[in-house]
Design a protein around this ligand. Sequence first.
Ligand SMILES: [Zn+2]
Ligand SMILES: [Zn+2]
Length: 286
Amino acid sequence: MPNPFEKYNQDRIVILGSGGARYMATTQYRSTGGFILQIMQGKVQAHVDPGPGAIRDLKDHKDKVNAKKTNYIFLTHEHNDHEMSIPVIVEALQDDMEFKAKKGTFVAPAGYFDVKKYFFKMLGRTVQMQAGDSVQLEQGLSVTATTASHTDSVPNIGYILDIGNPGQKYHYKLAFTSDTEPFPDYVKTYAGVDVLVANLLRPDDVVCRGHMCTDQLIPMLREIKPAICILVHFGRRMDNEIDGNNVPAQVTKIQKAVGKQSVIIGPDDGKVIAFADILDKLSKQT
Ligand SMILES: [Zn+2]
Ligand SMILES: [Zn+2]
């Protein structure tokens, strides 16, 4: 195994909200604030799917995230639990509170920017993508849009980020799947990804159309073999005030099924996941 600190440096994810879908969005029992990606030695800080709660979460986690450092937003699809905080995030990341200068890159599915919204003019750049498209966002950061099979009502994509430069030690792939049910090329799409952030709405075999449950994910993870798999977007069946928290049991189940090839993480809100730290700790255990 290459030295994880050379491969991933200090790159990390801060989970603002680990919840998803209607129950979590409307109750905030788990936040639906999405997550923050901090990579490339502080050069890139990205919000991914900041749904309801994200702004409040930024206040709670200001020791981990400086909102002014955000320069990217990635949106997978225009559902409330993924999108709702974006206008305020765009305002929050501006250095100039009179909004005269432009700042930030916003990457979203094709069609999203067709309906003009007032905050688009504050952004430095908007990037529209369809599954299969690849764009170099800057030196050492490229993005490829992937298929997501969720609902037909809004365009929906996942993303694979290629971080660092091929041939150099600091180089890896990180993907987030968006809301999706299993589709024929899921394994092929995400094979070779080092850090996979997979939306997992439901436990065990509790299938939900357009979403993923544990028993559907396990066989695919076995083949994808990411070094780290971070589960997010937990719904009511995963955690609620009557039945309690089912996430740890699901993490144990998946970890057992995939074995040592991947570290499975089922984070709580506010969790900081530093990739190299996790892999380094693991290598010292074995
Ligand atoms: Zn969702
Ligand atoms: Zn959705």
